[in-house]
Design a protein around this ligand. Structure first.
Ligand code: DAH
Length: 339
């Protein structure tokens, strides 16, 4: 019997659990209802009187040892306890933060904003659900104007018409209604059109627009500003302006940037011409200025607008516009080094 206890003492002394489960099993084995110590106390009643003393001392010694062992080991597994100077290792590297990545649309939008900030533009915001006046009529597109056909959209309500804005030009109107020239703003945001979804077009996309109104603003200022922009964003400053038509600008132009024809990709994306169309622009039509109570005799201005998806697709060679909204983390993670 005494030998049995000696073996138990040895076992307790050498016990070295690898995890909290092992420690708990150890506790049950010795201190549980049907555990070793209860068993020994039962047997204690039957031992002859002359060995009772020694036997009792040994059992108590074992019990004490088991309790001490459990208490000292419990500290190692008590995670809620504050670390003490023995367990706190300040030299250990920290756990990495699991940071997300910016969406490529935001990356390019921020780049464009920071370029124009350098020359005094600030950002203006407006609602995505617009009324007819701000989205069309004030921009010189009256009710039956054929230009409305190109921007078929989604009607939220009729009479008065509420639409999902087809372009961020509506923000120009809102801003000019409330502010006096000089005005220099950018309006980035989401826009909607009733378009068939394909690799090149979507019913929801992003635009960024610029508006500059002051005294003596000329077409040369517009060209210079856009040249600055393309050289900052693409590293290419050779641009050409092709005559075009927008109801809210006169004259109007489409701007192409000379991309080059060095690689096979250059051939593909420029369709063998070397030129890429990137935005629309023009001098603000005097009718638009009148609609927002700015005197066109005194002030003039220019505006330009571009689709952000198109620019991102060019910069990063993304072949399908639908990828931007599919939320595929494998695609989005590729932009983790961009800011
Ligand atoms: N709003 C035009 C569109 O969505 C783009 C545009 C062209 C905006 C010329 C402008 C501009 O401000 O001057 O197609």
């Amino acid at each position: 019997m005494i030998d049995n206890i000696k073996n138990y003492l040895k076992e307790v002394e050498e016990f070295n659990p690898k995890n909290p489960e092992e420690l708990e099993n150890f506790r049950i084995k010795f201190l549980g209802k049907k555990g070793i110590l209860n068993d020994l106390f039962q047997k204690f009643k039957e031992v002859p009187n002359d060995t009772k003393k020694e036997f009792g001392q040994q059992i108590n010694h074992l019990k004490q040892l088991v309790n001490d062992k459990i208490n000292s080991l419990k500290d190692n597994y008590n995670f809620s306890k504050q670390p003490t100077s023995d367990t706190l290792d300040l030299t250990r590297p920290g756990y990495p933060f699991n940071l997300g990545t910016r969406h490529p649309i935001s990356v390019v939008k921020n780049k464009i904003i920071s370029i124009f900030k350098k020359i005094g533009f600030s950002v203006a915001d407006g609602p995505e659900i617009e009324d007819d006046w701000h989205n069309f009529t004030a921009l010189n597109m009256s009710e039956h104007h054929p230009a409305r056909d190109m921007q078929d959209t989604f009607f939220i309500d009729k009479n008065p018409d509420l639409v999902l804005r087809t372009h961020t030009s509506s923000v120009q109107i809102r801003y000019m209604e409330k502010n006096e020239p000089p005005i220099r703003i950018l309006s980035p945001g989401r826009v909607y059109r009733n378009e068939d979804i394909s690799s090149r077009s979507h019913c929801m996309f992003h635009q960024i627009e610029g508006l500059y109104v002051d005294t003596n603003v000329s077409f040369a200022d517009l060209k210079q500003t856009l040249q600055f922009f393309t050289s900052e964003l693409f590293g290419k400053s050779e641009i050409r302006m092709r005559p075009s038509y927008f109801p809210f600008t006169e004259p109007s132009a489409e701007v192409d940037v000379y991309w080059g024809l060095e690689t096979e990709t250059d051939y593909r994306i420029t369709k063998g011409t070397g030129w890429l169309e990137i935005l629309g622009c023009g001098m603000i039509d005097p009718n638009v200025l009148k609609n927002v109570n700015i005197n066109p005799e005194k002030y003039s201005g220019f505006a330009f607008g571009m689709g952000i998806e198109r620019i991102v697709m060019l910069m990063y060679q993304i072949g399908d516009i639908r990828m931007f909204t599919e939320n595929d983390i494998r695609m989005l993670k590729q932009f983790s080094t961009e800011y």
